[in-house]
Design a protein around this ligand. Structure first.
Ligand code: NCD
Length: 367
């Protein structure tokens, strides 16, 4: 039993086992009421959610398990100043697994290090959203029959939207290509591009407009502006939109996806088109989360790999993370954690939120 704070925590065999198990639950109409009948899932949501929380709750209930937790941190002891470390240590004693969503990047990794039960991320700030990516991959695999060789255009707020960060690296890992369509200021972060290109040798391109990728795109993955995480200057940025006109220029076999909620990126008239996949994609989220919980809580061969980070080899000092969206800015006891990766050893990054760190003024040796 392991944690899932990044798709990286799953080996290739785990991914395959997960999709095969999801197929079983899909075929059974999500009917498996005896699988986890003695299990209790804690759902700790420090940030608003509809799909992720309810699909996890639906998944554990359909597996015969039970659920406890909060959907609003204001109604828990968090409002009295309790730390994540204390909350999850305690909830680990009340449940068999925890699903947690938090507005700070790195918060779910932190929680995983403090609790004794498996911890699954339901999204951490603008960093990652691994179970949304599993849902996205499962949908693509079902409707396209494969992931390898696909071209997926991701459009919208690629900077603050976490779903596209997990998705782009997972697509590269599985041999698919990503094309980014985003306005200035909302482009895909460099640490994601680095991982796609240097770790997986994948391709990630950028184009200016949706029209520029229509001939190649097997899927258009739309996202909303993440207003709650953006500065004033980007609150009204114009992002790509799919409407009836664009559908007429789009290939007959391109599917339109969205992690939802949509705001204005997909016009309502698109819903009637056969290429609109987003509601079916969301429904598959229950199937995938059933498979995940089933494997995590009842099967021994399901492994959990650590993220491939290590401390920098040199004695150089790196400044503390200056990303105000990082968990180090919210919880004072969280250690500064510079890390490097094998695929980009020249760029130390924050071990919590992955943003690049700059070298500090002081050397440990004082020299
Ligand atoms: C996404 C999220 O929370 O990151 N929603 C979801 O989980 N399906 C996307 C979003 O909020 O825009």
């Amino acid at each position: 039993m392991g944690n899932l704070v990044s798709v990286d925590n799953l080996s290739d065999d785990d991914l395959e086992a997960l999709f095969r198990r999801a197929d079983v639950f899909h075929r059974s109409g999500q009917h498996a009421p005896d699988r986890l009948s003695d299990r209790l899932l804690a759902v700790l949501f420090y940030e608003p959610s509809t799909r992720t929380r309810l699909s996890f709750e639906s998944a554990i209930l359909r597996l015969g398990g039970r659920v406890l937790g909060f959907a609003d941190a204001g109604s828990s002891s968090v409002s009295k100043g309790e730390t994540i470390a204390d909350t999850v240590r305690m909830i680990g004693g009340y449940s068999d697994a925890i699903v947690m969503r938090h507005p700070s990047a790195g918060a779910t990794q932190l929680a995983a290090e403090y609790t004794s039960v498996p911890l699954v991320s339901g999204g951490d700030g603008s960093h990652l959203h691994p179970t949304q990516t599993l849902t996205d991959l499962y949908y693509l695999r079902r409707v396209k029959g494969r992931i390898e060789g696909l071209t997926v255009a991701v459009a919208g707020d690629l900077h603050a939207g976490r779903t596209v960060h997990s998705l782009a690296t997972a697509l590269a890992r599985l041999g698919a290509r990503t094309v980014c369509v985003a306005p200035q200021g909302l482009r895909m972060p460099d640490y994601v591009i680095d991982e796609v290109e240097k770790r997986y040798g994948g391709r990630i391109d950028s184009v200016e407009r949706l029209d520029d990728c229509l001939p190649e795109a097997d899927a258009l993955y739309m996202t909303r502006l993440q207003r709650e995480r953006l500065p004033e200057s980007l609150q009204h940025a114009e992002i790509p939109r799919v409407d009836g006109d664009l559908l007429r220029r789009m290939r007959r076999d391109t599917v339109v996806l969205h992690p939802l909620p949509r705001v204005d990126e997909i016009a309502p008239e698109v819903d009637e088109d056969l290429r609109a996949g987003y509601f079916e994609q969301a429904a598959g989220g229950v199937t995938v989360r059933m498979a995940l919980l089933d494997l995590m809580l009842s099967r021994e061969e399901f492994s959990s790999c650590a993220r491939p980070f290590r401390p920098p080899a040199s004695r150089d000092v790196y400044n503390r993370c200056d990303n105000t969206g990082c968990i180090t800015h919210r919880e004072g006891y969280v250690p500064h954690r510079p890390v490097v990766t094998d695929w980009s050893p020249e760029q130390p990054r924050c071990g919590w939120c992955e943003l690049p760190l700059v070298q500090g003024a002081l050397d440990l040796e004082g020299g």
